[in-house]
Design a protein around this ligand. Structure first.
Ligand code: SF4
Length: 502
C-alpha cells in the first residue's frame, strides 16, 4: 500500500481507486473459488440526502464486484446509513443493528455504519461498547472511505478486532467522479450542497453535516445532464437549504457563482427532462428571483416544500428561524399568485419548548391562511447537543399530544380538500412502480408532487386490461419512468386514486 495516498486521514481520488481495485481483486478471487460474487445490503434511515449517499455506496460496491443481497442475513457486507434528526430513527437503527448479532458468525457479515449519527461521539461510543461486532464506522456522507474500511477489515479476517473508527477520515473529489446505482433510474437525486449554516435551535444537522459547501455549478449541471441522457425524467436537487446555494462560493471570491434560481433555471432547460424538484427551501432565503423562475419555467415543479415549523413569532425566534409569520404568509401569497395550482407543503413542529396554547393558536391561524396542500407534522423531539434540548419539559407531554391531534385533524381536512378539487380531472403522472400494498396497483407522482395510485401492471408482468369509457388499454406497456394520463376518481388525504386513460 502506498501510504502517501492516505496521509492526514484524507483519501485522495487515486487512493480511492487503489482501494476499490484491492477489494475488487478480493471479490474476483472469491467468485473464482466459490462460484459466487460477494453481496452487499445497504439500509438507509432518514432523508433524501441519505438516500443519495446510499446510492453512491451501492455504486461503489458494484464497482468492487459485489451484487445486491435481498436481506442482511444473506449478505457478505451490511452497511447502515444513519439519521440523527429524530429519536425514532435512532431507535430503529439500534433495533436493526441488534438484530444482526444472532446472524453474525465467523466475522460475517462484515458490518459497517455511517451517516449523521456517526458524527456524534455519544453514538460512536455506544456502538463501540454495546455493539462491538460492528467492524467499521465512517462519518456522515463520506462514502469514499468505504473501500479503505473494507480493505482494512478484510486484511484482519478474524472479525474479532475492535471497531475501526474512521469518522475523522474523509475523501477528496466531487460526486461526479463517483459511481452511483440509482434506486429509481427515472429519478436522479443530485446533491448541490452539503451542510447548513443556520443553527435552528432544535436541529442537529449543522453539527453532524458541518457548514455549507456548494458544489461547482458545472459539476452539478454535468451530473444532471448525464442522468437525463441515461433516462432520468425527474431531477431532485438536494441541499439542507438550497436557497443559499453559492453563498459560500461568492464569499470565497467566485463573484459570478450562479444563484440557486439560475441553477434551477438552467437544469430545467435540459432536453428530455420532465420535472426538476428541489428540497429544502428556507423561508428566510426564498428570493423574488426564485419565485420568478418558478413562474416562468414550466419544467420546474408546480410544488414547493417550505417548512413553517411554527406560526408563533415568539417560538420562531426561539427556534432561531429568522423569519416571522407575516413574512412567511407573504411568500405564500407570492407563490400562489406566481403559478396557477402550485402546491405548497410544509413541516410543522408541535410542542417546541415553552409553546403555549396561544402560540399554538397562532400556528393554526397561519395554517388557515396558507391552506397547505400537505404537511409533515412532528412532535418536538429533543436532540442532545442542541440548545433546545436543554429547554425541554417532558411534563407537558399530554398537553402537547392533544395539540398535535388537533393540528393533524385540521391539516387532514386541508389536504383532503386540496385533493378533492382534482376529482374528475386528468393528470399526467410519472410512474414510480408498483404500490407497496397491492401488486395490481401502480403509483406515481404528478408535476405538483401528489401521489397517484391507479390499476396497472408493469412491463414484463402479465397483461391487465381495463376499460374506460369505450377505451381499452394494455397496461402491460407501462414502465417505471413512463408518463401516463390518469383520470382522478377519488381523493384521499394523502393520495389520489384513478384509472389510466389513453
Ligand atoms: S435550516 Fe435549520 S432545520 Fe434545516 S438543516 Fe439547517 S439548522 Fe436544520
Amino acid at each position: 500500500m502506498n501510504n502517501d495516498l492516505y496521509d492526514k486521514r484524507t483519501i485522495t481520488e487515486s487512493g480511492f481507486d487503489e482501494q476499490k481495485s484491492t477489494v475488487k481483486e478480493w471479490s474476483d478471487s472469491l467468485a473464482r473459488e466459490t462460484g459466487r460474487a460477494p453481496s452487499y445490503f445497504v439500509r438507509t434511515f432518514g432523508c433524501q440526502q441519505n438516500d443519495r449517499d446510499s446510492e453512491l455506496a451501492a455504486g461503489i460496491f458494484e464497482e468492487m464486484g459485489f451484487h445486491p443481497a435481498v436481506s442482511p442475513d444473506v449478505a457478505d457486507v451490511v452497511l447502515f446509513n444513519t439519521c440523527s434528526v429524530r429519536a425514532n430513527a435512532d431507535n430503529r437503527f439500534y433495533g436493526h443493528l441488534g438484530n444482526l448479532k444472532p446472524i453474525r458468525k465467523g466475522g460475517r457479515p462484515i458490518i459497517g455504519v455511517f451517516g449523521c449519527m456517526m458524527e456524534q461521539e455519544v453514538h460512536v461510543d455506544t456502538i463501540k461498547q454495546k455493539f462491538p461486532y460492528v467492524d467499521f464506522i465512517l462519518g456522515a456522507g463520506d462514502v469514499r472511505v468505504l473501500p479503505y474500511a473494507l480493505v482494512e477489515t478484510l486484511s484482519d479476517g478474524t472479525g474479532k478486532r475492535k471497531t475501526l473508527d474512521l469518522t475523522t477520515w474523509h475523501g477528496l473529489g466531487d460526486d461526479t467522479s463517483l459511481p452511483v446505482l440509482r434506486a429509481d433510474p427515472h429519478r436522479a437525486l443530485v446533491t448541490i450542497m452539503t451542510g447548513c449554516n443556520n443553527f435552528c435551535s432544535y436541529c442537529i444537522v449543522p453539527y453532524t453535516r458541518g457548514r455549507e459547501i456548494s458544489r461547482a455549478y458545472e459539476k452539478i449541471l454535468d451530473e444532471a445532464r448525464r442522468a437525463v441522457e441515461l433516462g432520468a425524467k425527474e431531477i431532485m436537487l438536494l441541499g439542507q437549504n438550497v436557497n443559499s446555494y453559492g453563498n459560500d462560493l461568492r464569499k470565497r471570491g467566485e463573484v459570478d457563482a450562479p444563484t440557486f434560481a439560475e441553477l434551477l433555471r438552467d437544469i430545467s432547460h435540459l432536453d428530455g427532462l420532465w420535472v426538476v424538484r428541489y428540497m429544502t427551501s428556507h423561508p428566510k432565503d426564498l428570493s423574488d428571483e426564485l419565485i420568478a423562475v418558478i413562474s416562468r419555467e414550466p419544467r420546474v415543479e408546480s410544488h414547493i416544500h417550505l417548512p413553517l415549523q411554527s406560526g408563533s413569532d415568539a417560538i420562531l425566534r426561539r427556534m432561531n428561524r429568522r423569519y416571522d409569520a407575516a413574512h412567511y404568509l407573504d411568500l405564500v401569497r407570492k407563490l400562489r399568485s406566481c403559478r396557477n395550482g402550485i402546491t405548497i407543503t410544509t413541516d410543522l413542529i408541535v410542542g417546541f419548548p415553552s409553546e403555549t396554547e396561544e402560540d399554538f393558536q397562532q400556528t393554526l391561524h397561519v395554517m388557515e391562511e396558507a391552506r397547505f396542500d400537505a404537511a409533515f407534522t412532528f412532535l418536538y423531539s429533543p436532540r442532545v447537543g442542541t440548545p433546545a434540548a436543554d429547554w425541554f419539559d417532558e411534563s407537558q407531554h399530554e398537553v402537547v399530544r392533544e395539540r398535535f391531534m388537533r393540528l393533524v385533524e385540521y391539516q387532514n381536512e386541508c389536504s383532503l380538500a386540496s385533493n378533492k378539487a382534482l376529482e374528475g380531472q386528468v393528470l399526467d403522472v410519472l410512474v414510480d412502480g408498483k404500490s407497496r400494498r397491492d401488486e395490481t396497483i401502480l403509483s406515481g407522482r404528478t408535476h405538483d408532487d401528489r401521489l397517484v395510485n391507479f390499476a396497472g401492471v408493469l412491463s414484463g408482468s402479465s397483461a391487465c386490461q381495463k376499460s374506460w369509457p369505450n377505451e381499452v388499454f394494455d397496461s402491460a406497456r407501462i414502465d417505471r419512468g413512463d408518463i401516463v394520463r390518469v383520470l382522478i376518481e377519488r381523493a384521499n388525504v394523502n393520495s389520489l386514486d384513478g384509472i389510466q386513460i389513453l
